[in-house]
Design a protein around this ligand. Structure first.
Ligand code: SAM
Ligand code: SF4
Length: 313
């Protein structure tokens, strides 16, 4: 049955992104349209449904789960979902969040198996943060990062580096160094609203690396073969990574599937085709997985109109 999770290119699916909802409390300019509408709470997968689907996918070879959204901390059942998933034999349970509502959940999450959190942070400048996320939340997010570190979570920072925040590159690196955490610079992707502003905002990882080489000695660090990022360490110990989805796509090594907040399974962030797993008995999973894997692109799909907050980032 485990072969089911290996596609015709030999890629074995072992990581699952689970979107808990599509709603968000930020309005990041590259992610949320002004007129965003969100799913009704009663349409979202329940904690029971998420736990059942994830258990079934684990039987087929999934090993790691990352909870995401929209903004996963907006789900009142976040801790319950994390508790339920902690009862399942996962190698890793992780969370991606904007950090705004994280602090109040931290102690309860710490008692679950969820131990790694990626926190998005596009700016360390209050005005620029407000401009990019449309919420004046910098201090709250920084406090959440420090609280999560104090509680012993493994933290990484995710920064979409664009023309609007490239001037903060050194401050962001210094922030990561001061906390001894890894910072990952994401290239802006042609997804949803970002397609329209792409040419005026995009900066490639290669360009950033050129900028950094002028100032720092950088040593490349090994990563897992299916990692989305490639990593460096600076002489002063700063750890940084790049997720260069546009200029250096990693589709050939991708091991990810995505479950959206209503139970549809996708093979790729950029692939609009999806199939429902909600209410599907385990014995009927095989044709769904086979079809979804057939749709998994081996070459990068150029763009997708559907916004990331709806697919699950
Ligand atoms: N709301 C949570 C957050 O922001 O961390 C989780 C969901 S969000 C969609 C996941 C990640 O996707 C964030 O780091 C965000 O910056 C990134 N993202 C959203 N739209 C993007 C785009 N068009 N290109 C690159 N990254 C994007
Ligand atoms: Fe919300 Fe995350 Fe999208 Fe920003 S990137 S609007 S925080 S879902």
């Amino acid at each position: 049955m485990n072969n089911l999770m290996t596609d015709s290119y030999g890629r074995k699916m072992r990581k699952l992104r689970v979107s808990l909802l599509d709603a968000c409390n930020f309005r990041c300019t590259y992610c949320m349209p002004e007129t965003a509408t969100f799913s009704k709470a009663h349409d979202l997968l329940s904690a029971d449904e998420i736990s059942l689907i994830v258990s079934n996918l684990i039987k087929l070879g999934i090993e790691e789960v990352r909870l995401t959204g929209g903004e996963p901390t907006l789900r009142s059942e976040l801790v319950e979902i994390s508790e339920r998933l902690s009862e399942i034999p996962l190698k890793r349970l992780a969370l991606t969040t904007n950090g705004f509502l994280l602090k109040k959940n931290l102690s309860a999450l710490r008692r679950t198996n969820l131990d790694s959190i990626n926190i998005s942070l596009d700016s360390l400048n209050r005005q620029n943060f407000l401009k990019l996320a449309k919420v004046d939340a910098l201090e709250v997010v920084l406090d959440a990062i420090d609280s999560a570190l104090d509680l012993g979570f493994q933290i990484k920072i995710n920064t979409v580096l664009m023309k609007q925040n490239i001037f903060e590159l050194e401050d962001l690196l210094e922030f990561a160094r001061s906390r001894q955490i890894e910072i990952r610079f994401l290239e802006l992707m042609k997804i949803g609203v970002a397609i329209n502003s792409f040419s005026e905002s995009f900066i490639s990882a290669g360009h950033v690396i050129d900028l950094l080489r002028r100032k720092y000695k950088m040593k490349q660090v090994n990563t897992e073969s299916d990692s989305t990022s490639f990593k460096y360490q600076l002489e002063n110990g700063t750890r940084l990574g790049f997720i260069a989805s546009e200029s250096m796509p990693f589709c050939g090594n991708c091991s990810r599937l995505r479950l959206d907040s209503k139970g549809a399974l996708r093979s790729c962030l950029m692939q609009e085709h999806k199939l429902n797993l909600r209410g599907v008995p385990f014995e009927d999973y095989a044709p769904v997985i086979k079809q979804v894997l057939k749709w998994k692109p081996n070459d990068r799909i150029e763009k997708i109109e559907q916004p990331m907050y709806q697919i699950g980032g």
